[in-house]
Ligand binder design. Structure first.
Ligand code: ADP
Length: 480
């Protein structure tokens, strides 16, 4: 199987969330399984700032879009035996922020990701025609439309099939209809059964309507998006494509997220050797200026600070959480109102709770290792990666029973000692505090807690198995 995966972010080059992790791990896992996979992303300023210098494959590739002549360079870097391609156009991508700055989205995102989509297609002669063009989220949503309409007869593209993966249905890429011609979108596509969404152009709807198959990043979320409650206005159109809609739960990249080899944490540890985890906890508490207390469990969060993540529930419940005798740390950045909220909270609860309002990958690893529990009170969660990383670090997830969290966490039963975390049903303080209380009670019973940690360590979410599911799906699409 020959696969080209296109994504607006790919770790470690440029990442804001889980999409970046997946777009790194999947092509690598496909290559390890004996297939031929590569990935493509924009060459952002951040890629350069991270110290990566991909080599030119072809300079000055011309593109005509909306009657305008544009030009881009195709670059490539081999990383973990996988080719990562970059679309370089400095006027569109050499700036701060992948999608925008704290002041808001970049005003020309339609053009940035419209060009990215066209450049992916224009790069195929230099990369080689894939069996499957695996597209991810709204930024690549125009690719299937362009292939079906603008490049229908292009012999270079004949036979290439598309899979459109939805990592988060709430981010849709909506733009005024006046931009149709600037993006070379045929008028006939601007209908309710095409990419029109309440009189706007919807990039994500284009991906949903025009791709050969669609998937979401867990089975739970694949079922949820068909319902009004989770469908973000797209449930109806998704229902028309139900037979082509699949759910494949993401994997966890254990070459990066493994406490036995992790270079970011104070002491390495693993199954059968959990004692050094305590050193990681001490180190983390020190970082947040919280005194160490053996009896106090440490609850952590790492998250984009977005409404989806249930942050208001946590902030409003902070008194009750700390009242349970736990300490709390959060690493996150995002919406200004949450940035401020958690900065304020850290000031108010100094010495008991801490907040790092920034993007910091090494600190994310320290939190996974140093915490006893990991909290994810998401209002919805397409897959969620940190609950899987947490289990690998013997850090017990406490999660809301939704989407991918539902699929990967089973509630712990102290009697049977089965389960790998604590789940709660409602997006309310009461429901979340109930699960945290059960977790804290279990923590105090050291033998039972150890059994729970062992259950977590026994879970295997490796990419090997996820990649197999993708290969099956790619084959199905190819044979269609
Ligand atoms: P989402 O894709 O909705 O952001 P996921 O749980 O799927 O959520 O993935 C989040 C990824 O982003 C994880 O790898 C997490 O560690 C990382 N992450 C999120 N916020 C930060 C941050 N502020 N600093 C470092 N890593 C972060």
């Amino acid at each position: 199987m020959n696969v080209l995966l296109a994504s607006s972010e790919v770790s470690p080059f440029a990442k804001t969330g889980g999409l970046g992790d997946v777009a790194e791990a999947l092509p690598i896992a496909l290559n390890e399984a004996g297939h031929k996979a590569s990935a493509i992303l924009p060459f952002y300023k951040l890629v350069r700032e991270h110290g990566y210098s991909p080599k030119p494959v072809k300079a000055g590739i011309p593109l005509k879009i909306g009657g305008k002549d544009l030009i881009f360079d195709l670059l490539c870097l081999e990383y973990k035996k996988t080719n990562f391609y970059f679309i370089k156009n400095d006027s569109l991508f050499d700036r701060d922020g992948l999608y925008g700055t704290p002041a808001g989205d970049h005003p020309d995102n339609h053009l940035r990701f419209g060009l990215f989509s066209r450049a992916i297609i224009a790069s195929i002669p230099y990369i080689g025609k894939p069996d499957i063009l695996h597209l991810n989220d709204w930024h690549t949503g125009l690719v299937p439309l362009y292939l079906k309409y603008n490049f229908k007869k292009d012999p270079n593209l004949k036979g290439a099939k598309t899979l459109f993966s939805i990592h988060n249905l709430a981010y849709q890429g909506l733009f005024p209809k006046s931009l149709l011609s600037q993006l070379d979108i045929p008028e006939e596509c601007f209908t309710a059964s095409g990419l029109e969404f309440y009189d706007k152009i919807s990039f994500i709807k284009s991906g949903i309507v025009y791709s050969d198959a669609i998937n979401t990043v867990s089975e739970g979320y694949a079922a949820e998006v068909l319902k009004k409650e989770f469908g973000c206005g797209l449930d109806k159109i998704l229902r028309t494509r139900e037979k082509d809609l699949y759910g494949i739960v993401n994997g966890a990249d254990y070459s990066t997220w493994n406490p036995e080899t992790d270079k970011n944490i104070a002491k390495n540890y693993g199954p059968g050797n959990l004692k050094p985890k305590l050193e990681c906890k001490k180190d983390l508490l020190k970082e947040f200026g919280i005194p160490f207390n053996e009896e106090a469990p440490l609850v952590g969060m790492i998250t984009r600070l977005a409404q989806q993540k249930g942050l208001d529930i946590v902030a409003n419940a902070m008194d009750d959480i700390l009242e349970m005798g736990v300490n709390f740390v959060i690493l996150g950045t995002g919406d200004e109102r949450y940035n401020k909220l958690f900065k304020d909270l850290a000031g108010r609860y100094k010495g008991r709770a801490g907040a790092a309002v920034t993007f910091n990958n090494p600190l994310a690893h320290k939190i996974e290792a140093g915490c006893d529990m990991f909290l994810m009170p998401s209002r919805y969660e397409p897959c969620g990666l940190n609950q899987m990383y947490s289990m690998k670090y013997a850090t017990v997830p406490v999660v809301r029973d939704t989407g991918g969290l539902k699929d990967t966490v089973t509630d712990f039963n102290a009697k049977s000692r089965k389960g790998n975390g604590f789940k709660f049903k409602d997006a309310t303080q009461k429901s979340m505090l109930g699960a945290l209380e059960r977790a804290v009670k279990t923590f105090k019973d050291r033998a039972t807690w150890k059994a729970l940690q062992d259950n977590c360590l026994g879970c295997d979410f490796s990419w090997e198995s996820t990649a197999k599911h993708y290969i099956q799906l790619y084959k199905r699409i190819k044979e269609k």
